[in-house]
Design a protein. Structure first.
Length: 361
């Protein structure tokens, strides 16, 4: 048994060196980081985190403090039992939003603790498949001028990426088409290029956009419309002519089940920091496998590399624009198009707490 002696949380506002932008959130000059630390009676500890794109992080921390009260003195080895008891204890006032983000960070910390106690890297603890995971660079770049967009892509290639995602969803579809055409011309016909609309369009607009972008052979069209319109996704997949990825704004395994079976999504895309944590992320990955689908990811690439390294149906890992590289002892390792899951016990993330504490708001 690993009895939980303490659970603590912290909040930081992280400035971005270059303000980012997408079609839904607009300009993003910073993001909010909420960390959760779980300690057991033997002195071992695990760390988890979640984030926002600049708003509502204090609510997430408040929910994390509620979870702390529920988790103290419980057995950290029983990840499934802990998750279920907290889910139902918080369900009436939760089920989504800040509650699930906080539960995601807590569950991540539990798995980090479990893996450290077993002296295993997380990806091996979860079953183990292949530590080399295909990775793409996720640009958050909707408002970048074209020359800056192309320079960013060149920089990604220099860093070892062999696949790139760019933002679409500008006011004029013709601008999106021109920007994707320029990227395709620079990258070449065979270079994997994905596009992400961040829920910008109605279903009919998304179908028109997909048809307009199809000649440039994007690997997928991501979040073409709101995640709540499951039937609409089925129309976009069948009428738009492009594979569709979605899931970063979905909060439960049951939402993914409906999107896979009714919405016919091509690439389920959970985010471990907001889908409830590692426990449900792995279930979503296996659910996708049961439907003969690849699974991709959103955000938190330093942790998610372990999760995709543990499943045979993994597609690309997203290396996200909200990277924590400046605040980590050992950032994600990328080699010729692959992210390498580390062999350090747990998820292997070691925060530079002194540097983070200078950013406490």
């Amino acid at each position: 048994m690993a009895i939980i002696s303490d659970v603590s949380s912290d909040y930081f506002r992280i400035p971005l060196p270059v303000p980012l932008s997408d079609s839904t959130h607009g300009l993003i000059p910073n993001f909010e980081l909420v960390t959760v630390t779980v300690r057991d009676a033997d002195g071992a500890q695990g760390v988890g985190y979640t984030y926002t794109v600049g708003r509502n992080g204090r609510s997430v921390q408040a929910a994390a403090n509620e979870i702390a009260e529920l988790a103290r003195h419980q057995d950290a080895d029983l990840a499934e039992a802990l998750w279920k008891s907290i889910w139902w204890a918080m369900h009436y006032g939760g089920r989504g939003g800040p509650t699930v983000l906080a539960l995601s960070a807590f569950d991540m910390a539990i798995w980090d603790l479990k893996s450290k106690r077993a002296n295993l890297p997380l990806w091996r603890m979860l079953g183990g498949y292949d530590p080399k995971v295909p990775v793409y660079a996720g640009g958050v770049d909707l408002d970048f001028p074209l020359d800056q967009l192309l320079r960013q892509a060149e920089g990604f290639i220099d860093q070892g990426f062999r696949a790139i995602k760019m933002k679409v969803g500008r006011k004029n579809l013709a601008e999106d088409v021109a920007r994707v055409a320029a990227m395709r011309e620079m990258l070449g016909d065979s270079f994997p290029l994905m596009v992400d609309a961040n829920m910008k369009w109605s279903v009919d607009e998304a179908i028109r956009a997909a048809r307009a972008l199809a000649p440039f052979n994007p690997g997928w069209l991501e979040e073409p419309t709101i995640p709540d319109d499951i039937a609409g996704h089925a129309r976009i997949v069948s009428e738009g002519g492009l594979p569709v990825a979605t899931g970063e704004n979905m909060r439960t395994i049951w939402e993914f089940q409906q999107m896979i079976t009714i919405g016919r999504v091509s690439y389920p895309e959970p985010d471990v920091t907001n889908c409830g944590g590692i426990t449900p992320f792995m279930k979503i990955a296996h659910l996708a496998e049961a439907h003969n689908l690849p699974v991709t990811s959103h955000g938190a690439h330093d942790v998610t590399v372990h999760l995709l390294a543990a499943v045979p149906n993994r597609s690309y890992l997203e290396a996200h624009g909200f990277g924590l590289e400046k605040y980590l002892a050992e950032p994600l390792r990328i080699e010729d198009g692959f992210a390498i899951a580390p062999e350090r016990p747990g998820h292997g993330i070691e925060f530079d707490w002194n540097r983070l504490k200078a950013l406490k708001a």
